[in-house]
Design a protein around this ligand. Structure first.
Ligand SMILES: CC(C)(COP(=O)(O)OP(=O)(O)OC[C@H]1O[C@@H](n2cnc3c(N)ncnc32)[C@H](O)[C@@H]1OP(=O)(O)O)[C@@H](O)C(=O)NCCC(=O)NCCS
Length: 144
């Protein structure tokens, strides 16, 4: 398994992987928004490849204070083989190199697999806080 930097050429495959993984693909995941994201910190968006096939992906970001991991997804037929862990570990390594002091991930409470994965990598749940969000631009449904 090889973990490498995402390229725009991977966009369609990765989007398909997100959809088939049941991840909520939102307007911020459009081709244009992804292009904008990778202009900031391209090396934090990685894919896991097995024999030329993309089997996993996650988008890491750094806002200058905290690192964030979004949209971790692994192909159904490739789960429980360490790809998810490898993707997160690689993003952490790359963030550490950039000086990111702490990394967060938002995980749905019902997502037992993801909770177990992050716990196995040393992440602690924060039960004391609730995420608040607000749209600053109109959010169209769908992705592109
Ligand atoms: C969550 C997800 C990315 C895990 O990917 P994966 O490649 O199967 O995970 P790994 O093989 O690296 O597993 C690492 C550890 O996580 C835990 N884990 C992973 N899947 C699990 C599951 N279904 N049930 C319980 N624990 C699980 C285990 O501790 C596992 O270690 P082990 O196999 O040695 O016991 C994958 O299930 C997925 O794509 N789910 C749908 C999308 C999603 O929910 N993404 C997360 C958004 S926050």
């Amino acid at each position: 398994l090889k973990v490498r930097t995402f390229s725009m050429r991977d966009y369609d495959v990765v989007k398909e992987l997100w959809v088939s993984s049941g991840l909520e693909v939102r307007p911020g995941d459009s081709r244009e928004e992804v292009r904008r994201k990778i202009r900031r910190d391209p090396e934090l968006f990685v894919v896991a490849e097995e024999k030329g096939r993309i089997v996993g992906a996650a988008m890491g970001t750094w806002d200058g204070r905290r690192g964030w991991i979004y949209h971790l997804g692994v192909a159904q037929d490739f789960r429980r083989r360490g790809a998810g862990r490898a993707v997160v570990a690689e993003i952490e390594k790359r963030m550490a190199r950039k000086g990111v002091p702490r990394v967060n991930a938002t995980v749905f409470k019902r997502n037992e697999a993801s909770k177990a994965l992050f716990a196995s990598l040393g992440y602690d749940p924060d039960d004391a806080s609730v995420k608040y969000s607000k749209d600053l631009a109109p959010q169209e449904p769908g992705c592109e």
